[in-house]
Design a protein around this ligand. Structure first.
Ligand code: MN
Length: 380
């Protein structure tokens, strides 16, 4: 039985620019320590890790700063010293293509196996836990790797042992973005026992023929749109050669996942009640985006609310998607021959004509303020 830690898309060196300082710098420092955390985890005897595979985008760019590169080499070196096999595949962020790419400049000193072939190839055969492990992969290289159509040539030897593919790319359709398309049928037909994939930041498990192909996901993402999965991906490959089966474990990782929750603010009677509810969601490590929805029965100063809650979170972002008041109430007011009625009719016309979210938000804000002012703070 062989256990491997499957990593990809750590994007070390990325700056969480959506957070203000000093959190930004602190967050970056902690994020950049994820590889060390992965190595520490792998070295614990009870985890029985025999191999660590990095399926691309270890770094955010192909030119991470020297201190970060040196620390990554040091960390991977600790694995090799402990007898744990290491395989690294460059990705599309940390592309090997350029002469100044980290993987060209540090190739001689890179611990374990650094995949550098521009085409899918049998890279090496390692012995892990007494099992011959045949490793297949490629390093996407601009100008050399054919990426106009999905890659469909995947070699495999007939040697006994475990056949392991490591690829950084997209299964299936070529979406036109800067990424490497992989033909899923051809990959399945190759007959590997396990394919460690990188590029997609969500955790996904695919069955391609008899092959298990997995995107481990980004253990820690970048922002609310790319929140991270918060766990390691461990693969236990058991059974007999020719009949290996992969079992996936997802133990928790020391990552800060960016969460988003939607709160119907319309069910609160006043801003204080809403604030109390949001305080209850707080936590010193929590990175949270709150989307406020619903029809508000009160005027809300979102900036003031966010400022007053800031200390309760590691980082809090509030998105105001509330309506002014309920549509039914607006309908009734709008039908009245009052200044308020005229105002609401006029603002609703502007809302209908608004182009783009930014203008819409502005009109909604004006509508809310106006209703509040003209109704004397309550319903007329
Ligand atoms: Mn990535």
């Amino acid at each position: 039985m062989l256990r491997l830690l499957h990593l990809a898309d750590l994007h070390l060196g990325w700056t969480p620019s959506f957070m203000p300082e000093p959190r930004r710098a602190e967050r970056k420092r902690r994020r950049d320590a994820l590889l060390r955390a992965a190595v520490d985890w792998s070295l614990r005897p009870e985890h029985r890790i025999g191999m660590v595979v990095i399926a691309g985008d270890l770094f955010e760019t192909h030119t991470p700063d020297e201190a970060l590169a040196a620390s990554a080499v040091r960390e991977l070196g600790r694995l090799v010293e402990a007898g744990i096999a290491v395989v690294t595949v460059p990705g599309n962020h940390d592309e090997i293509t350029y002469h100044n790419s980290i993987y060209r400049r540090w190739a001689d000193r890179w611990p374990g196996v650094l995949v550098q072939h521009p085409f899918p190839a049998h890279v090496t055969t390692l012995t892990v836990a007494g099992v011959p492990v045949h490793v297949y992969g490629l390093a996407y290289t601009g100008g050399l790797t054919p990426a106009q159509r999905p890659l469909a040539q995947f070699p495999k030897t007939d040697e006994p042992g475990l056949h392991l593919g490591v690829f950084h790319g997209v299964l299936g359709d070529w979406g036109g973005e800067r990424s490497l398309p992989l033909d899923p049928e051809a990959l399945g037909a190759a007959g590997y026992d396990y394919v460690a994939l990188g590029h997609i930041h969500q955790h996904r498990e695919h069955r391609l023929g008899r092959t298990t192909a997995v995107y481990c996901g980004a253990v820690e993402g970048k922002d609310f749109e790319d929140p991270g999965v918060g766990h390691w991906t461990v693969v236990e490959l058991g059974g007999a050669p020719g009949h290996f089966t992969a079992r996936i474990e997802r133990p928790p990782a020391p990552a800060q996942v960016a969460e988003t929750v939607t709160v119907d603010a319309g069910r609160f009677d006043d801003p204080a009640a809403l604030e109390t509810a949001l305080v209850g969601m707080g936590g010193p490590e929590r990175i949270l985006r709150v989307r406020l929805t619903g029809a508000l029965p009160f005027e809300l100063d979102v900036d003031a609310l966010a400022a007053s809650l800031a200390d309760r979170f590691y980082h809090l972002s509030i998105e105001d998607q509330t309506e002014t008041v309920s549509d039914a109430l607006l309908d009734r007011w709008a039908s009245q021959p009052t200044i308020l009625g005229t105002f609401i009719r006029r603002m609703r016309r502007r809302l209908e004509q608004a182009t783009g979210d930014e203008e819409r938000r502005l009109v909604v804000k004006a509508l809310r303020r106006g209703v509040h002012a003209l109704s004397g703070g309550g319903a007329p």
